[in-house]
Design a protein around this ligand. Structure first.
Ligand code: FUC
Length: 796
């Protein structure tokens, strides 16, 4: 006979695992507005980093869509629509790192609907489709926009509810064209219309980089007229019922090692012109048909997005997103907005990071400037790492592969940089075989160039980056991946880091020179030996390397070096204020450096690292002192780091407060995060932070709701990920839960910390009771079968 409890558990299990019901865990998320985005043009009186005129309306009001490679910002206007197009490989010479992202094109559509009524525009996160609808002179107009990954195309459908009522002029524009000149800043381009097709393209002088976009117009009813009399080609649509536009774009960029090694003009030499690729994409979609293209997009996108459900409230205010945000800022905190902001981070990551194209950059996949702020780069002293934090715990691990591919492409240049770095700073340990010096990555990097460490951030930037690689393994437990990619990457980085260490009189090994990222003392970057960031990032890298070697049963002579050096790093130090020190020579908190500096590099060992945790209570207490001294207000990403750190301190109230601070002080109307200006890292860091409040697994066991704030006293989630490749779901009420569902995706041994272990029971998907081991601290362990799901319950 089954016990009542067992039967109840089975019913609950069926309930939780049914995909139909699991849908109920999700709100139908959308950002929406009752007016179009403003478009008042660049403001030359205000600048966005280093002199670029600020396009405030683009940054605050446009709606982003993307497929990893291409991003578009949609204004949803009724007079003249503006669709700003970005392609991540489209670059020019910029202020930073000898290059960076530049705006690909602007697509204008003149509707001249100046008296629109019943207007609204939405971005539907569940399907990644943006819509616009309004009434004008008794005709209802509808538009939808999406960016397809499988078909590498932007699909747009525009329709009127009266036959033949649709009239508009499609008028793309190539921005920032300049004659080729000695300064190398030229960009050629032309826009030509022929029948139902507009082709636009040219060459970026600095890289001799060809680029091309095509827009195909498919009209249902009415007529098309191509017009090339205005300098840039346009197509007039007259009297149509509906129109489909397909937009494809590409450049001659190919991601490979040459990009990072060759001089600017040689990088893309010999690559094929993008014309063929773009033409094929347009032809393919035209014959596939709009509905099929749209369906493929939805199927591809929902397979990622729908993995995670989070439900914190039923109270979904009927307010446009900008007003909801304004209310939030003025103190009326909507929990729905907190939920939406979490899922929006997942949406943005899917839209800006897919295999086959470059990783998500500082602005994700979106940039309207001639020179993107900070080059639209991959800044390795926190920003790019933060971009990928949510990929692991929010069940989007494979999105990290675009970063891995980028990293592997620049590896050869990174080996060269390592050789130069060691030759300069520690020549006595330089190995004559280049590869034996490993590889390195400094702060500055983008689609075209990478840097070595130095200036304001020490070599720990590489170890910080490696944490992502280790977590990719730890969350997937994919041994093949570990063997083929992650271990060699770790080994190379560890070899480099080992050569940045210099033996001191007392036997410790310290990074020299060393910098805690961007920390400033007496008005200049503070140069030292063995700052906590550099030392602790080496420590994390060595520990991960040794673990990887053990799993793969690898014997490499370097492992002995790592093991030996690990004991001499003396990485984490406590100062006289009870703080984790940032610098070894610091006594009291704040002795050296800015008191409230945005970076919290010395706590990277706590998050994303794991050396400071509840397993090291003294360090954890000291980390809390540091967090309190550093303060709760900073730039967007900096507060997101604090949010994750407070989550790791298991302080739900503080983590939530930081999350609230991000939304209240550093979030724009389109819910993009801000530094200022717009930087996407805050979105990603905050999304990771929410997951970190709801599930943790860095202490060798899973803990659900480790940092639950009282504001989220009831709710449920499904699909969040824990290390070991477990997918976890839980519902809670009054801050308490008594049942969990766990799916084991790799068949690993599972360990969970529960509030208590009284009457603990684990049932597999057939309702069979599984043998458990109960360890100290209410940790329950049990073996799992790959693919099976388990219900864990206990008396509460
Ligand atoms: C890092 C940060 C800055 C900024 C820049 C893009 O260098 O210290 O605050 O986010 O990246």
């Amino acid at each position: 006979m089954m016990s009542t409890k067992k039967i109840l558990c089975m019913i609950l299990y069926i309930f939780l695992s049914s995909p139909l019901i699991a849908k109920d865990f999700k709100n139908n998320y959308h950002l929406w507005y009752d007016r179009p985005a403003y478009n008042r043009g660049a403001d030359y009186t205000r600048v966005v980093s280093r002199g670029y005129p600020y396009d405030e309306d683009w940054e605050r009001w446009s709606i982003p869509i993307g497929n990893g490679a291409i991003g578009a910002c949609i204004f949803g206007r009724t007079d003249t629509e503006r669709i700003q197009l970005t392609e991540k490989t489209m670059g020019n010479n910029g202020a930073y790192n000898k290059g960076g992202a530049t705006n690909f094109a602007e697509i204008y559509i003149d509707f001249h609907h100046t008296h629109a009524k019943n207007y609204r525009r939405d971005l539907w996160l569940n399907e990644a489709i943006s819509t616009v609808s309004y009434e004008h002179k008794d005709v209802n107009y509808n538009r939808e926009y999406f960016m397809s990954y499988p078909d590498q195309i932007m699909g747009i459908k525009i329709k009127a509810d009266k036959a033949g009522a649709l009239n508009f002029t499609l008028r793309p524009h190539l921005p920032y064209l300049r004659a080729f000149a000695e300064d190398g800043l030229g960009r050629s381009g032309e826009v030509i219309a022929a029948n139902d097709l507009i082709t636009m393209g040219g060459v970026v002088q600095h890289y001799d980089l060809p680029y091309e976009a095509q827009i195909k117009v498919v009209n249902f009813g009415g007529k098309l007229k191509a017009d090339n009399t205005h300098g840039e080609g346009r197509i007039e649509v007259c009297g149509a019922d509906s129109v489909v536009l397909y937009v494809a774009c590409a450049t001659g960029y190919e991601l490979n090692e040459d990009v990072f090694i060759r001089p600017a003009l040689e990088k893309f030499k010999g690559n094929v012109h993008p014309h063929e690729k773009v033409t094929q994409r347009i032809a393919h979609c035209t014959s596939k048909g709009y509905e099929a293209v749209r369906q493929s997009h939805i199927a591809d996108y929902t397979a990622l997005f729908s993995r995670v459900g989070l439900h914190l409230t039923d109270d979904v205010p009927a307010l446009p997103t900008n007003r909801l945000l304004a209310q939030y800022k003025s103190g009326k905190k909507s929990i729905y907005l907190e939920e939406l902001f979490f899922q929006y981070g997942r949406y943005l990551l899917i839209a800006s990071s897919r295999k086959g194209s470059l990783p998500a950059h500082l602005q994700g996949a979106w940039n309207q400037y001639e020179y993107a702020p900070w080059s639209g780069g991959y800044w390795h002293n926190v920003n790019v790492q933060m971009n990928y934090w949510p990929s692991f715990n929010t069940n989007l691990a494979e999105l990290f592969e675009s970063y891995m591919d980028y990293n592997e492409a620049f590896r050869k240049a990174a080996v060269r940089n390592a050789v130069n770095y060691i030759s300069k700073h520690n020549p006595s340990v330089l190995d004559p075989i280049d590869e034996e010096n490993g590889w390195t990555i400094g702060t500055g990097a983008n689609a075209f160039n990478i840097e070595a460490p130095g200036g304001h951030s020490g070599p720990g930037t590489g170890g910080f980056t490696l944490k992502l690689f280790w977590d990719y393994y730890d969350f997937t437990r994919d041994k093949q991946l570990l063997k083929d990619h992650i271990y060699p990457t770790l080994l190379g980085m560890a070899k480099f880091l080992s050569k940045t260490l210099v033996e001191q009189e007392d036997g410790t090994l310290l990074v020299d020179p060393s910098y805690s990222p961007e920390q400033v003392h007496q008005k200049s970057y503070y140069k030292t030996k063995g700052c906590i960031f550099d030392q602790s990032m080496i420590q994390e890298t060595y520990m991960d390397l040794l673990r990887a070697a053990e799993i793969l049963k690898i014997k490499d002579p370097f492992l002995k070096t790592a093991e030996e050096q690990l004991g001499r790093l003396d990485a984490i130090l406590i100062g006289s204020s009870g703080q984790i020190k940032e610098f070894r020579e610091e006594d009291k908190y704040g002795d050296i450096g800015e008191y409230r500096h945005r970076h919290l590099s010395h706590l990277c060992a706590m998050y994303p690292g794991a050396t400071i945790s509840s397993n090291t209570p003294e360090w954890l207490d000291a980390a809390i002192v540091t967090l309190n001294e550093r303060g709760d207000f900073s730039t967007g990403w900096a507060m997101a780091h604090r949010q994750n750190l407070w989550a790791r301190a298991k302080n739900g109230e503080k983590a939530h407060q930081l999350y609230q601070n991000i939304i209240s002080t550093m979030t724009l109307e389109n819910l993009w995060g801000s530094h200022p200006p717009f930087q996407i890292d805050a979105n990603f860091g905050a999304t990771a932070g929410v997951a970190e409040m709801l599930i943790q697994s860095h202490e060798e066991y899973i803990e659900v709701l480790p940092a639950l704030p009282t504001a989220w006293s009831q709710g449920s989630y499904s699909g969040l990920k824990a290390r070991g490749n477990f997918t976890v779901g839980v519902s809670w009420k009054d801050n308490k839960y008594d049942t969990l569902t766990i799916t084991s995706n790799q068949g690993e041994h599972c360990r969970i910390k529960l509030p208590n272990t009284q009457d603990v029971s684990v049932l597999d998907s057939r309702g069979k009771k599984i043998k458990t081991q109960i360890a100290r601290n209410n940790i329950v362990g049990f073996n799992t079968r790959k693919g099976d799901s388990y219900i864990v319950s206990f008396a509460n």
